[in-house]
Design a protein around this ligand. Structure first.
Ligand code: PEP
Ligand code: MN
Length: 244
């Protein structure tokens, strides 16, 4: 039997205590492994919703207590890592911070899993080198996450580069996850891209899920519903059997 594909799911952003606990319960029922939710949001527009900050971390921890799901959230600065690393299970480093070497060096001091997203236009080598800033210290627990790269074609948010999966498998010992949500930017693409990522051999998926996508405060166009996620979770099992 092939090893299970790990599913990280949750809203782009923690929006309220009630929202994250409600969604976390639905995800737990579906069999999601890890709960995501941004509280420090690296938004392109400074006037967009910036996240709930520390309050958001408290709400994530409550959602973890209610459901038992481990939590992953993005941290954006050395100060945030010092303050919050102990409170969360996995630290996400966003695409925009893949080149922030001072931040990566700080992470090298902790024995704490880091989900390192690929930079928007980073080569595989730059990405692998970024991971070494972390693993050169005591921290050996890095997960790489392909999240789409910039292309000349702006019909979709980014382009999902699934060649990253076999490349990283061949050239690195780190697990490779795929985030189809930030690559596609459109919810109708998430099902097929998730199945394709599993067919390519990824170790896990990170998918943005909201139970009221039309009300989401960030990335609403790419959010899928818990029901849509359930279909992905069911169908990737069939793909895993075939590629084995
Ligand atoms: C996210 O996962 O919420 C996010 C902002 O992703 P990225 O850094 O890949 O844009
Ligand atoms: Mn998002």
């Amino acid at each position: 039997m092939k090893k299970k594909v790990i599913i990280i799911a949750g809203p782009c952003a923690v929006e309220s205590r009630e929202q994250i606990i409600r969604i976390a319960k639905k995800l737990k029922q579906i069999g999601v492994d890890i709960l995501r939710g941004g509280v420090f949001k690296p938004r392109t527009n400074p006037d967009s919703f910036q996240g709930l900050g520390e309050k958001g971390i408290e709400y994530l921890i409550e959602a973890k207590e209610v459901t038992g799901l481990p939590i992953v959230t993005e941290l954006m600065s050395v100060e945030q890592v010092k303050k919050y690393a102990d409170k969360i299970d996995i630290i996400q480093i966003g695409a925009r911070n893949m080149y922030n070497y001072e931040l990566l060096k700080e992470l090298s001091k902790y024995d704490k899993p880091v989900l390192l997203k690929r930079g928007l236009s980073a080569t595989y080598l730059e990405w692998i080198n970024a991971s070494k800033y972390i693993t050169n210290g005591v921290n050996k627990r890095v997960i790489l996450c392909e999240r789409g790269i910039r292309s000349f074609d702006d019909s979709t948010r980014n382009v999902l580069d699934l060649q990253a999966v076999p490349y990283i498998k061949k050239n690195s010992n780190l697990p490779i996850f795929v985030d189809p949500s930030h690559a596609a930017g459109n919810n109708y693409m998430i099902y097929s891209m998730s199945l394709a990522a599993v067919a390519a051999g990824c170790d896990g998926l990170m998918i943005e899920v909201h139970d009221k996508p039309e009300e989401a405060l960030s990335d609403k166009e790419q959010a899928i519903t818990p029901d849509e996620l359930k279909k992905i979770v069911d169908d990737i099992k069939k793909i895993s059997e075939v590629i084995n």
